[in-house]
Design a protein around this ligand. Structure first.
Ligand code: APR
Length: 248
């Protein structure tokens, strides 16, 4: 049996699925990942200037402009076949939640109905002082809040910041109670998100890892590795599942 068929039978047997995604799922939409590929976002210089609140604050206004350009690039990007396949998968199985580390909003634009954005999003900037939000498309040229004069910053979770507690708890509960977690396009390095596949596995679920590179990925009895680009692998999986005569 091919790896795809084995995978499709895993999905077919699952009642409750978590799709856990990272930047690799958006690579085929033309958005750079953080740590892979030639244009990786986290060059040493970018990491120092933009990754945590201290760096952000001390490198204004360049840091604000960097996030604004990322937000505009995300808004201009289109969901790719991987995002679309994940949205279609939700129609084919009983219960599916997308838990994403991505901030680009492409799962929602592809139509996934239930999405937990663990690391925030690039739809708005927010004031560090009064919490007022402004869409990046309307954001001022200077990182200054129009309401109170406070500092504007992206609505993402930076390093050294806490994830939204409710989002994290929902993601943990979903991982601990699913039959199958499909991890797509994440290096699976960053805590606490990286706990989720382990949490699912240790609670008895199968974990399917779809990636172009398996360095550092967890291994174990119920970890399955499927090599390939998300935009190739996931549509094929959905095609196999959607065949009405499919007996996998
Ligand atoms: N299909 C599948 N996987 C891919 C593809 C593709 N077309 N292209 C790249 N990948 C894989 C890479 O092999 C790598 O494992 O996607 C992963 C991207 O990893 P990272 O760049 O580390 O991105 P991510 O895992 O999302 O990072 C997690 O780190 O800096 C923080 O907050 C940031 O949310 C981010 C978190």
């Amino acid at each position: 049996m091919s790896a795809q068929l084995i995978t499709a039978s895993l999905v077919q047997g699952a009642q409750s699925i978590v799709v856990f995604t990272g930047a690799g799922v958006s690579a085929e939409s033309g958005l750079p990942t953080y740590r892979s590929g030639e244009n990786a976002l986290w060059s040493a210089a970018n990491f120092e200037r933009f990754a945590n609140p201290r760096g952000y604050r001390s490198h204004l206004p360049a840091s604000y402009e960097w996030y604004r350009q990322r937000a505009l690039a995300a808004a201009a990007a289109q969901p790719n076949p991987a995002h679309v396949a994940i949205a279609q998968l939700a129609m084919l199985v009983h219960n599916l939640v997308v838990v994403t580390q991505n901030v680009d909003g492409l799962h929602a634009r592809a139509g996934s109905p239930d999405i937990i954005e663990l690391h925030g999003h690039l739809r708005t900037a927010r004031c560090d002082r009064c919490e007022a939000r402004v869409a990046w498309s309307d954001a001022p040229d200077e990182p200054v809040c129009h309401h109170c004069g406070g500092m504007l910053r992206p609505d993402v979770v930076m390093f050294e910041e806490n994830l939204a507690e409710e989002a994290l708890e929902r993601a943990r509960t979903a991982a601990a109670s699913c039959d199958l977690l499909i991890s797509v396009g994440t290096s699976n390095l960053i805590w606490p998100a990286r706990e989720l596949p382990i949490l699912a596995h240790d609670a008895g679920a199968n974990v399917l890892i779809v990636n172009t590179d398996f360095a550092g990925q967890p291994t174990g009895a119920r970890f399955h590795h499927l090599s390939g680009r998300a935009g190739d692998v996931l549509p094929e999986l959905v095609r196999l599942l959607a065949q009405p005569e499919a007996k996998l």
